[in-house]
Design a protein around this ligand. Structure first.
Ligand code: GRF
Length: 233
């Protein structure tokens, strides 16, 4: 996907994609919990490494620490949940109107525990990213969230786990893969030691995938996400 600001130039007969240096990508973040990934994204934006604007943070759980993180950083917030609406279509229409209102260009899921309605996925096809704390398609799907994922990895006896950053489609943990990184599973790991090691990797890499999108560095071809001018971060 090339973002609007990304440019293409004809050089020696080859179309070369150029980094988007002109504008920052307008991101809405969805989060339900602690928001440590959200915090890393905020920190990378503050340090000038991540070229996005966080135009809104949406959460379904008013007590989530992610709200606090947004407020501390002057990011507008919205508390809403599917249960506030008579049906999913109404919820979706409301969310779409809000997302359009703030000119959202990319939706970043950062520990968002609700499934997004398919109307939103369709409207923002390949413009919604998620991070999953395992190497998909293993240890993903319905019910595979939080500590459940790491417990399943350990019970299976896997020697590696990792992170997957992917675009979101209508199925749980299924859209095109943008980035994967492995993390070792050690013999004496329990779910919580493995969870911390994986979370560290999430913090190290999620922002790099978002930055690649912001710069127009990735293009989606069917299930494949092609990195245009850098190898995998
Ligand atoms: C992360 O493990 C991420 O992989 C998953 O939700 C968790 C969110 O953690 N999607 P945090 O709220 O960012 O700390």
């Amino acid at each position: 996907m090339l973002s609007d600001g990304a440019t293409q130039q004809l050089i020696g007969g080859l179309i070369m994609s150029q980094p988007n240096t002109k504008k920052t990508l307008r991101c809405t973040v969805f989060a339900s919990g602690g928001g440590s990934n959200f915090q890393t994204l905020i920190d990378k934006k503050t340090s000038g490494d991540l070229h996005v604007d966080f135009v809104l943070m949406i959460g379904n759980n008013s007590g989530a620490k992610a709200f606090e993180r947004a407020r501390t950083n002057n990011i507008p917030t919205l508390h809403t949940a599917p249960s506030h609406f008579a049906d999913e279509d109404l919820y979706a229409a409301y969310l779409i109107s809000i997302l359009k209102n703030v000119n959202t260009e990319l939706i970043v899921l950062a520990g968002y525990m609700k499934k997004l309605p398919s109307l939103i996925i369709n409207e923002y096809r390949n413009k919604i990213v998620n991070i999953h704390p395992a190497l998909l398609p293993a240890f993903g799907g319905k019910g595979m969230y939080g500590i459940n994922v790491h417990r399943a990895v350990i019970e299976y006896g896997a020697k590696v786990s990792g992170i997957t950053v992917h675009f979101v489609d209508e199925e749980y943990d299924h859209g095109p893969v943008i980035m994967q990184k492995t993390v070792p599973v050690l013999d004496d790991d329990d779910e919580s030691t493995l969870a911390s090691r994986v979370l560290e990797a999430e913090h190290e890499y999620y922002w790099k995938a978002v930055q690649a999108i912001a710069q127009g560095n990735v293009r989606v071809e069917g299930r494949k996400v092609i990195w245009l001018w850098t190898k995998h971060a």
